[in-house]
Write a protein of this length. Structure first.
Lengths: 560, 112
């Protein structure tokens, strides 16, 4: 038995040695013949690469032989043009999909930032909200969100047409058409069964989901799971798609230029207003109606610090978001062939840097220490602000926009917490709301007039106030104001309604114990004893939160 | 017999422990504790809001000693646990009535 095994082993060994030897010989043979083979191909590029010869440099891969023609000897111009056109749109669709995948991964970044800034007793709940908003938002968007947003967008040439999305509901006011929402593409059904439409859906869906996940941070540590679920459907089906239609789907804000001569209408390249301001204002309405966490304010109304439980997690999450932003902004060309993507990507990283450095310097100057949570907020603030103007500004201006956003986010965090008395554990209102508004307004100030010819159907390039186009600035202000009013009113009414029907907030008992077990049925850290810790000792809130209508279920966690 | 309870800075635990062993202490009990003294902790800021770090983490070292080891042990603790800044901690001294080694049932200094 032993000898047989041994023999087998030996023969395997010999076989392996032989194989390696043969392939080495082949390699040597190829190295000797390659120069001779390469010369004629280079001289006549039209000829196909010789069969069976590898092409390590790639010079001979992708040649005229790859263009489909009826008669290889006599290719016609229409045949060649068809191939070029197909390649162009292929590059654009691959680009749009790839950048969409990057944006999808931002969900992980949001989850880590928000969870890291919350307490350990709510970590599973905060993670779970950030997790489930992805599928829930997607379902809502698939049902009707996409149709309302993009149903009437018309042909997007970069994606080869998206011809089926051709139906917008329009009212006529002041003698001009006002597009309100699209009416095609519900459930992505058969009438929009089209590669361009599907690519557009994927890309727009991940943007929409970014908006949905912003309020989960501002409302963390006290939001009832059932109320959160209803919210997920509402914002993805109605609030987000309507405003997005007005800016990106051919709706009335995008037509302010065509109809009223206000520059190019409201311009938002990648979503400072559409994505971030909408999310930030929804977060403001939600956190306001929800009320502060127990213990957030002292008896005399002074804000108390409730430090996050995992700062390293939050900082890694911030890096993931910054990485995803390379999909968010450059992808918004919807065209890999639009080489402005180089400017867009570079401006994006520069503004993030401006924001992070400015926030850190501000905190060090004012409090003596940099505060990692504010560095992270600063980087994100810069990225949010540059999202609208990234394609329309110069590099120094990108750094300037980011730098301003880094200081803005600090002021805003103190203002929201200290003056408005609204408890936003992660700074979502300040990062996404305030800097989303700053982003679209900065476009109206700094757009340098070299890019965006024909944007929103207006001839000429996108130009801001400081480059001689005050009307563009006006359009940006109208867009910002519309967004704030529309989203705040809609979401406040929605949250009020939910408050009456199912209640937005968990019971005080559950909140003190931590939401993990009572709300989602799993502890984030079951093997650790969670204590108030050495920090964050604070007086209890003056008045307990309003008691919920229904008596809470038997508490399954002892109150520590 | 005497018992020393020394509440010291966590990062000095190794130094104090080694110094005690050098003077002949053969056993000790360590626990992670939190507390405050006359300074009542200190203030920090997080996202612009101040919070008090009132209960500061410390390590408590409990040592039971025969009389002849008491002075050198005290000296060892006081020398190694001292930085001269606020928050160096305290040493509590009590006299010990009895000690029992559970395995053998020995009492008193025999059990140390």
């Amino acid at each position: 038995m032993m000898t047989m095994r041994r023999r087998l082993f030996v023969s395997f060994g010999i076989g392996a040695v032989l194989m390696v030897g043969v392939s080495a010989l082949r390699f040597v043979a190829h190295a000797q013949t390659a120069p001779e083979a390469a010369a004629p191909v280079a001289a006549a590029p039209a000829a196909a690469a010789p069969a069976g010869v590898p092409d390590p440099t790639g010079d001979n891969t992708g040649t005229a032989a790859d263009v489909t023609v009826k008669d290889a000897k006599n290719p016609t111009l229409p045949e060649v043009m068809a191939s070029v056109g197909h390649s162009k749109i292929a590059i654009n669709i691959v680009w749009t999909l790839m950048t969409g995948f990057l944006v999808m991964f931002m969900q992980a970044g949001f989850a880590m930032v928000e969870t890291g800034f919350c307490r350990a007793k709510n970590a599973a709940h905060t993670m779970a909200m950030n997790f489930m908003i992805y599928p829930i938002g997607m379902l809502g968007y698939w049902i009707c969100g996409f149709a309302l947003q993009m149903g009437g967008v018309g042909a997007i040439s970069a994606l080869g047409g998206t011809a089926p999305l051709n139906s917008e509901f329009v009212v006529t006011l002041f003698g001009h058409p006002f597009g309100l929402f699209g009416t095609k593409g519900f459930f992505l059904s058969a009438d929009v069964y089209d590669v361009g439409v599907f690519a557009l859906f994927l890309f727009q869906m991940v943007f929409m989901d970014t908006t949905c996940t912003i309020p989960t941070g501002a409302m963390a540590e006290r939001w009832k799971w059932s109320a959160f679920l209803v919210y997920g459907f509402f914002i993805s089906m109605f609030t987000y798609p309507l405003f997005a239609n007005w800016v990106w789907g051919g709706g009335w804000l995008s037509q302010l230029g065509v109809n009223f001569g206000l520059g190019h209408g409201h311009v938002d390249f990648a979503g400072s207003s559409v994505v971030h301001l909408v999310g930030g204002v929804a977060a403001l309405a939600g956190a306001w109606i929800l009320g502060p966490r127990i213990g957030k304010y002292t008896r005399d109304g002074k804000p108390v610090a409730i430090p996050g439980h995992h700062i390293p997690m939050a900082l890694v999450g911030t890096f993931i978001l910054a990485f995803g932003w390379f999909g968010f902004n450059p992808g918004s060309t919807l065209a890999g062939g639009d080489l402005r993507i180089a400017v867009v990507a570079t401006n994006t990283m520069l503004a993030g840097t401006g924001g992070a450095v400015a926030a850190m310097v501000y905190m060090m100057a004012r409090f003596g220490k940099p505060d990692p949570s504010m560095m992270a907020n600063g980087l994100l603030a810069g990225l949010v602000a540059i999202t609208a103007p990234c394609a329309f500004v110069t590099a120094p201006v990108a750094v300037l926009i980011g730098t301003i956003s880094g200081v803005l986010v600090c002021w805003s965090v103190f203002f929201v917490e200290g003056t408005l008395k609204i408890d936003d554990p992660v700074g979502a209102i300040s990062v996404h709301g305030v800097n989303g508004a700053w982003g679209v307004i900065s476009l109206g100030l700094f757009a340098d007039g070299v890019y965006g010819d024909g944007w929103n159907g207006v001839p000429g390039k996108v130009t801001g106030l400081f480059y001689g186009a005050p009307r563009q600035f006006l359009a940006q202000c109208i867009g910002t104001l519309t967004c704030i009013v529309f989203v705040f009113v809609t979401m406040a009414l929605f949250f009020k309604l939910v408050d009456v029907i199912i209640g937005n907030r968990v019971s005080a008992e559950v909140e003190i114990a931590g939401l993990d077990l009572p709300e989602v049925g799993a502890l984030a850290y079951p093997e650790f004893v969670l204590s108030p810790g050495t920090i964050g000792s604070y007086e209890p809130a003056p008045a307990p939160v309003p008691a919920p209508a229904a008596a809470p279920a038997v508490a399954r966690v002892s109150v520590t | 017999m005497k018992k020393i309870e020394a509440v010291v800075r966590p990062h000095l635990l190794e130094a104090v422990k080694n110094a005690l062993q050098e003077v002949g202490v053969v056993g000790m009990t360590i626990s992670e504790v939190k507390g405050f003294g006359r300074q009542k902790g200190h203030a920090e800021t997080y996202r612009g809001s101040e919070y008090k770090v009132e209960l500061v983490p410390k390590v408590k070292i409990e040592v039971a000693l025969p009389e002849e080891l008491f002075d050198p042990a005290m000296e060892a603790v006081l020398k190694t646990a001292k930085t001269g800044k606020f928050g160096d901690g305290k040493v509590f001294v009590t006299s010990l009535e009895d000690v029992v080694r559970i395995r053998t049932g020995e009492h008193g200094e025999q059990a140390l």
